[in-house]
Design a binder for this molecule. Structure first.
Ligand code: ADP
Length: 394
C-alpha cells in the first residue's frame, strides 16, 4: 500500500471522504459519501479502488460513519500521512490553510458564532479523526481564506462600524478553495502568471457564488457574512431586502427562526419553482412546458449576470469569465442564458464548444470575442495538496 492523505468534508448530515496517494494528490484512490446521518436510513457509498455501498444502522451519527469508512478502507489507510479538513469559516484569523493544534481547534470552535450551521460539524470531524489517529498531523483548509484579500470597501456593510469591530460583521466570501483551484488552473491554461490574471468566476452548484479575481487574488465575492448572501441557489434565497423579515412577521406571524429556515431551505430554485432545487430537474420540466421552472431558471440566470456586472467594478480588465460547479460545468443552456443576460459586454459563445463544455483549454467563446471558459473545480484535490505541503514542511 502507498502513502496517502485523507480529505474530510464534514457536513450537518453527511461526510465526504477522498483518499489521495502522496505521489499524486490530484487523482483520488477512493472517494466516499456518508449521507442521511442521524436519519432513518443512513448510507455509506465508497467508490474507486473499492466499490461498496453499506447501509448504516438507523440514526447512525458522524462517528459511526467515520468508523465504518475506516473499517472498510483499512488496507488503504495503513500508510496514512495526514488528514485535511474542509472548514467553512476561518474568520479574519486565517488567511491560508493551517496545521491544527489544540489552540487552533479551539479558535475554529469559537468561530462557530459566525457559521453555526457549519463550523461545529467541521470541528466534530476534526475531533473524531483525532481520536482515531492521534499521532497524525491534521490540516484545516478554509472556504473563507482565499477571500481575505478583499479590500475593506468591498467587505464592509453599511451598518454601524462597531458591529464589525465587536461582532465580526463583514462580508467574508465562501467557496474560496474552489476559486483558488480554478484561478490556478485557468492561469495555467492561459499560460499566464497568476499575478497577471483578471477573472470573474461563477461557482454554480447547490450553493452558488461568484468572485472577482485580480492579479490572482480575490477582490470581491457575492457571498457575505454567511453563505446566504448573493446569488439565487438551490434552496437559499441569495440577496433579499432584510425588511422582508419584518414584513413576513407582520403578514404571516413568522418568527425569526421561521424566516431563516425559509430563506435557507425553502427558497432559491426550490421556492421559485415550487418543484425542485435541482437544476437538471428544472431544465427538464421547463423543456416540457413548466412555466414555474422557467421562472426559477430566468431569475437564477439574471442574478448571475447582474452579479458578474457588479463584480466587474473591481477589475480593470477581464481576461476570462469562468464557469465552474455542477451547473457551471455541465449545463450549456444555463451558461448561454447567463451570458445572454449580461448585455453590456458583447460576448459571443461558440455553440458547438459550449455544448461540449469547452475545447482543450475550456474555451466556449468564439475566437476574437471576450473569453468565456469552463474549468472543472476540485476542492478535495486542493485540500489534499495544501495538507501535503504543510505536513512536509512541518
Ligand atoms: P454541491 O454544491 O453540493 O457540490 P454540485 O456542484 O454537484 O453540488 O452541483 C449540483 C447542481 O448541479 C444540481 O443543481 C444539479 O442539478 C446540477 N447539475 C449537475 N449536472 C447537470 C447538468 N448536466 N445540467 C444541469 N445541471 C446539472
Amino acid at each position: 500500500m502507498t502513502d496517502s492523505i485523507l480529505v474530510i468534508n464534514c457536513g450537518s448530515s453527511s461526510i465526504k471522504f477522498a483518499l489521495y496517494p502522496v505521489s499524486n494528490p490530484k487523482q483520488p484512490l477512493i472517494t466516499a459519501l456518508a449521507e442521511r446521518l442521524g436519519e432513518q436510513a443512513p448510507l455509506l457509498k465508497i467508490r474507486g479502488e473499492l466499490n461498496h455501498t453499506v447501509s448504516l444502522p438507523a440514526n447512525a451519527d458522524h462517528q459511526a460513519a467515520l468508523e465504518c469508512f475506516t473499517e472498510h478502507s483499512q488496507p488503504w489507510l495503513e500508510q496514512l500521512q495526514g488528514i485535511g479538513h474542509r472548514v467553512v469559516h476561518g474568520g479574519e484569523r486565517y488567511h491560508a490553510s493551517t496545521l491544527l493544534d489544540e489552540t487552533s481547534i479551539q479558535a475554529l470552535d469559537d468561530l462557530s458564532a459566525l457559521a453555526p450551521l457549519h463550523n461545529p460539524v467541521n470541528v466534530l470531524g476534526i475531533r473524531l479523526t483525532q481520536t482515531i489517529w492521534p499521532q497524525l498531523p491534521q490540516v484545516a483548509v478554509f472556504d473563507t481564506a482565499f477571500h481575505q484579500t478583499i479590500p475593506a470597501a468591498a467587505y464592509l456593510y453599511g451598518v454601524p462600524y462597531d458591529w464589525y469591530e465587536q461582532d465580526g460583521v463583514r462580508r467574508y466570501g465562501f467557496h474560496g478553495t474552489s476559486y483558488r483551484f480554478v484561478t490556478t488552473e485557468a492561469a495555467r491554461r492561459l499560460n499566464k502568471a497568476q499575478s497577471d490574471c483578471y477573472f470573474v468566476i461563477a461557482h454554480l452548484g447547490n450553493g452558488c457564488s461568484a468572485c472577482a479575481v485580480a492579479h490572482g487574488e480575490s477582490v470581491d465575492s457575492s457571498m457575505g457574512l454567511t453563505p446566504l448572501e448573493g446569488l439565487v441557489m438551490g434552496t437559499r434565497s441569495g440577496d433579499i431586502d432584510p425588511g422582508l423579515i419584518e414584513h413576513m412577521q407582520r403578514s404571516r406571524g413568522y418568527s425569526l427562526a421561521d424566516s431563516m429556515d425559509a430563506l435557507n431551505r425553502q427558497s432559491g430554485l426550490k421556492g421559485l419553482s415550487k418543484l425542485s432545487n435541482d437544476m437538471r430537474t428544472l431544465l427538464q420540466a421547463e423543456a416540457e412546458g413548466d412555466l414555474a421552472a422557467k421562472r426559477a431558471i430566468d431569475v437564477f440566470c439574471f442574478r448571475v449576470a447582474r452579479q458578474f456586472a457588479a463584480l466587474s467594478a473591481s477589475l480593470p480588465t477581464i481576461d476570462a469569465v469562468i464557469f465552474t460547479g455542477g451547473i457551471g460545468e455541465n449545463s450549456a443552456m444555463i451558461r448561454q442564458r447567463i451570458i445572454a443576460a449580461w448585455k453590456f459586454i458583447q460576448f459571443r459563445l461558440d455553440d458547438t464548444l459550449n455544448q461540449q463544455h469547452g475545447d482543450d483549454m475550456g474555451r466556449i467563446s468564439q475566437r476574437g470575442a471576450p473569453l468565456v471558459m469552463v474549468v472543472a473545480t476540485d476542492e478535495e484535490a486542493m485540500i489534499a495538496q495544501d495538507t501535503l505541503e504543510l505536513i512536509q514542511h512541518d
